[in-house]
Write a protein of this length. Structure first.
Lengths: 467, 218
């Protein structure tokens, strides 16, 4: 048999049929639903008199809009409340599993899917959120989709897609101390650009990826969409197996053995051909900080804000000028001299236990700098929060001057009340530094959890070893 | 879905690359649970001088008159001309809804982000890829000639300039047919319901751990 890539194996396993015009009807195993992108899909079902094809394939929760404090008081914003209530009502009407915001299992969908063992290797997973790429860390095919596609999957259990090209990114070498998979991902985006992987399914491989925890792999796959990739994946291995075994919804007993035997085949065969190959040297990566309004506008902590004058492409040059103006930065400013107002540790990129442990290890015994007006830690799920508290991480953060919150997307996109004000500058562990993303006029710098923690202590960006 | 066959219209230029879906429709409007009413909030943070809120009237808000959508010469445009990687960022279909609701029926750019590109077709909106040099030239002409119009013919896959110059574009056969006919994809897929059911049964036998019963959380 021809050697196949992991992507090709997963694609072939889920292809119901190929249409004669180059599209594939792909069967979807798991459909995650949030409050923001789903209401119009449910309206569509009602309008057309349709029912969900397979209710057991759906898990829904509210993560974007929910408050991260004083939850017992409910949602005070009437418009947000209406949307969260609409999801609850739709799930009740159509018989779908729903975690409400007082359920300890509630959290960001891309955190709770893996945490519950509902995300499994070999699956196709879809969610009306672009960061669904995260689940690919489990050797799954995971796509962000729009609302029409949500309705399409609810009604037919299938997604109509054109086959993607394959891109293998091999990462070798040992990461330096205080350098995380977040830094690797930002370095990659800086290198290939935010449209660098458009049209491709990425597979991350190499010794650096093999040595990573599942949390670190999830961060890497999560950020693949910021390079334009519709999905990203990592092969199944012992690390995947250890993470999943014993999770509430992971198979158990004989079923586990059967499942694991199949999952062991979820890797690219030796000699499999990719449409494109890239290599990264992990050992040379330094902690990264974005300086502009696109994740590709990034440099390392030793760098300076670049000068648009050095850019020869006029469209890019104008883009850089607009970004510097919005960010209130001067070309040539050392990254370490950029002073901050707020710190956000959270989001589907970096809100898992390992992220919080790393940040806490930097914060321990220190104080948030006086110029920082707010420093937030928002765990990715109720269960991450509970475990972090059991380990005393909450006290490390609160004693240092951080606020310790309930789970949700929070300040990553500021749909709830956690936002940046106009002109406020934030070191954020989230995934997008777009204009207005964290609040109108807000200025976002993307960094790893350890770098955000160090910035909170120093009041400006700094190398952790300088603290 | 509204069919798309031909379109002749003035063109509104947005000379900027990497325009993301947060810029196209800021997040506070994602709380709107209907499918309509997004047009007044298209590019809200660039278009107005104050902050917009969902379900609030926009007619009295202070406008940013420098922004192309607010300029009378572009007010009736159904074609948006822009730069590379348009629609990057989130999967929100509210972005094409807002463009469509404002009156945009076709977008011309050197490249699009993938999820956004797909979302356009589900909403009768035609994204057209032309090469950078052509786009550069079109920007120059739109700027130089008030009332500049382009003619788009989907059947022929062409964008025709006022001087008669024809620019061909590529499009998937399936997407083209859906747009030309205004076809409903869900209806089309449900016609293949038997094949999906057969596949599903085989899959259940193949990977039983994936299926309901064992996968209820409660």
């Amino acid at each position: 048999m021809t050697a196949q890539t992991l992507f090709e194996k997963l694609w072939a396993r889920h292809a119901v049929l190929d249409t004669n015009d180059g599209q594939t009807l792909l069967y979807v195993d798991l459909h995650l639903i949030n409050e923001v992108t789903s209401p119009q899909a449910f309206d569509g079902l009602r309008l057309n008199g349709l029912q969900p094809w397979r209710r057991g394939s759906v898990l829904a929760t509210s993560d974007h809009n929910v408050p991260t404090k004083a939850r017992e008081a409910g949602i005070t914003d009437a418009v947000a409340r209406r949307q969260v209530e609409a999801l609850e009502r739709n799930c009740a009407e159509f018989g779908l599993q729903f975690f409400d915001m007082k359920d300890e299992r509630q959290g960001i969908l891309h955190v709770i899917g893996p945490e519950q063992g509902i995300t499994l290797p070999g699956m196709t997973i879809a969610c009306g959120d672009s960061h669904t790429t995260t689940h690919g860390a489990f050797a799954a095919l995971a796509f962000g989709i729009g609302t029409s596609e949500i309705e399409h999957i609810l009604a037919t259990q299938c997604l109509l897609l054109k086959k993607l090209k394959t891109l293998r990114i091999t990462i070798d070498g040992v990461l330096a101390p205080h350098v995380a998979s977040k830094d690797l991902a930002l370095a990659l985006i800086g290198k290939i650009g935010t449209a660098g992987a458009t049209g491709y399914a990425i597979e991350f491989t190499g010794e650096t990826v093999a040595a990573m925890s599942m949390e670190a792999r999830m961060t890497l796959c999560n950020l693949a969409i910021e390079a334009g990739a519709r999905c990203a994946m990592v092969a199944f291995d012992d690390t995947t197996s250890r993470y999943l075994k014993g999770r509430p919804l992971a198979p158990a007993g004989e079923q586990w053995d059967a499942a694991e035997a199949y999952w062991r085949t979820l890797h690219s065969d030796p000699g499999a051909r990719f449409d494109r190959e890239l290599h990264l040297d992990a050992a040379s990566i330094r902690p990264h900080v974005t300086w502009g309004t696109s994740p590709e506008m990034v440099t390392d902590v030793d760098g300076r804000v670049p000068s648009p004058d050095a850019e020869s492409d006029p469209v890019k040059r104008r883009g850089m000028q607009q970004a510097l103006e919005y960010m209130g930065l001067q070309a040539g400013t050392p990254i370490r001299e950029i002073s901050l107002d707020k710190i956000f540790i959270g989001s589907c990129t970096n809100s898992r236990l390992e992220d919080l442990r790393l940040a806490a290890s930097v914060v321990k015994g220190r104080r948030v700098a006086d110029n920082i007006v707010q420093a937030l830690v928002v765990p990715g799920s109720g269960l991450v929060k509970r475990q972090a508290e059991a380990e005393g991480l909450d006290r490390i953060f609160t004693e240092a001057g951080f606020e310790w919150r309930d789970a949700g997307c929070s300040m990553c996109l500021g749909m709830n009340e956690d936002r940046l004000g106009k002109g406020e500058r934030c070191a954020s562990t989230s995934n997008r530094n777009f204009e207005g993303r964290q609040g109108p006029g807000g200025r976002s710098h993307l960094v790893s959890p350890a770098m955000a923690a160090a910035a909170a202590i120093a009041g400006h960006f700094t190398d952790i070893s300088d603290l | 879905m509204q069919a798309f066959t031909q379109l002749e219209s003035t063109v509104v230029p947005l000379d900027r690359s990497n325009i993301d879906t947060d810029a196209i429709l800021p997040k506070q409007f994602l709380m709107i649970i209907e499918r309509t009413g997004f047009g007044p909030h298209l590019f809200d943070e660039w278009r107005y001088l104050d902050r917009g809120e969902p379900y609030k009237d926009c007619s009295q808000r202070p406008l940013n008159l420098a922004f192309p959508l607010n300029q009378p010469r572009y007010a009736e445009a159904n074609i948006l001309l822009t730069r590379a990687n348009f629609g990057c960022g989130s999967s929100r279909e509210h972005a094409p809804w807002a463009l469509s609701d404002w009156g945009i029926r076709a977008i011309i750019a050197p490249s699009f982000a993938e999820i956004f590109y797909g979302n356009c077709f589900k909403n009768g909106l035609l994204p057209i890829v032309l090469d950078e040099a052509t786009i550069d030239r079109l920007f120059g002409e739109v700027d130089a000639m008030p009332g500049y119009r382009l003619r788009i013919d989907l059947e022929q896959q062409t964008v025709v300039e006022p001087n008669g110059q024809v620019n061909r574009f590529e499009i998937d056969a399936f997407r083209k047919e859906c747009l030309l006919e205004g076809l409903d994809e869900i209806g089309l897929t449900l016609l293949k319901g038997d094949a999906i059911r057969t596949f599903e049964q085989a899959r259940q036998a193949q990977e039983p751990w994936m299926f309901a019963g064992a996968r209820r959380l409660d």
